[in-house]
Design a protein around this ligand. Structure first.
Ligand SMILES: [Cu+2]
Length: 293
């Protein structure tokens, strides 16, 4: 734990170079015993890390230390023994102006970076691949309308089959995307509100029934990445993991072929409407039952 603390301090100091500081951490999944952010694997994630590690963390640290110092000072200097006869005045205009203006300036400074990040997420480059991700109680379905891959179901890998540490993170039939390509994810919910989240890509967006939300990422490294539904959605909320396999373009092409070239195994075949309806019909899936909470 001390090591982690040291790593954190070092990371704050070395600021933007943080990626190297986490080198010992696992990519795309949580590292047991770690306390800091997962290593990032997309350009916007690196911007998020910069925002958190270089802008927010130092500011909050300074503020906490400053307030702690003030508290200690007041406790020592103005306790009943040290200051038996308290002063009666109650206003000090310069100080009141100061403690209004300074926080405003701090917030304005933060907002510069915050808005920059929000715009970066909003301004999606032309997408290379579009995936429709639908949250269901309690699993995800994925479809690639442009590639004619109909909706298929991705469910939790059982505990005895999941790799160590990856129970509730690993899923069968994962989302598959090519490396270094802009992936647009259109997210919706089939029953209740879920949330599609992938920490390594800095992505988290609500899956709302009847509404299509959109986000994007560009994975920098081939690998397997894990996320989870991040909106409390019912009793099995903890059992609807999100797994994204990032593969080379060649592997992606052959995966697409295996999915479209005839007798695709397993998953649900219907998905008749997935090509035609981009947004509206959010519940083609089998579970038309209202599904109690
Ligand atoms: Cu959910």
């Amino acid at each position: 734990m001390l090591k982690r603390g040291a790593a954190l301090t070092a990371a704050i100091a070395t600021a933007g170079l943080s990626a190297n500081a986490w080198a010992q951490e696992l990519l795309g999944q949580p590292t047991p015993g770690a306390i800091d952010l997962q290593p990032g694997a997309s350009p916007l994630r690196h911007q998020q890390e910069f925002f958190h590690n270089v802008i927010l963390l130092p500011i909050i640290t300074i503020i906490v230390l400053f307030v702690l110092g003030l508290l200690l000072y007041v406790m020592v200097r103005f306790n009943r023994k040290a200051n038996p006869v308290p002063a009666k005045w109650s206003h000090n205009t310069p100080i009141e102006v100061l403690w209004t203006v300074v926080p405003v300036l701090i917030l304005m400074f933060i907002s510069i970076f915050s808005f920059k990040l929000l715009y970066a997420f909003h301004d999606m480059p032309p997408p290379d691949v579009t995936v429709k991700a639908t949250g269901n109680q309690w699993y995800w379905t994925y479809a690639y309308p442009d590639l004619k891959i109909g909706e298929y179901t991705s469910t939790l890998t059982p505990e005895d089959k999941a790799p160590p540490h990856l129970f509730r993170l690993a899923a069968d039939n994962p989302m598959v995307v090519p490396v270094d390509k802009v992936v647009r994810v259109q997210v919706t919910g089939a029953d209740v509100i879920h949330a599609f989240a992938m920490p390594a890509f800095g992505v988290k967006i609500d899956a709302v029934p009847g509404k299509t939300n959109q986000t994007w990422f560009k994975a920098e490294k081939i690998g397997i990445y894990y996320g989870q539904c991040s909106e409390l959605c019912g009793v099995d909320h903890a059992f609807m993991p999100i797994q994204i396999n990032v593969v080379s373009q060649a592997d992606f092409d052959s995966w697409v072929k295996s999915k479209t070239g005839g007798a695709a195994a397993a998953s649900s075949a219907p998905a008749a409407s997935s090509t035609a309806a981009p947004a509206a019909s959010s519940a083609p899936a089998a579970s038309s039952a209202p599904a109690a909470h």
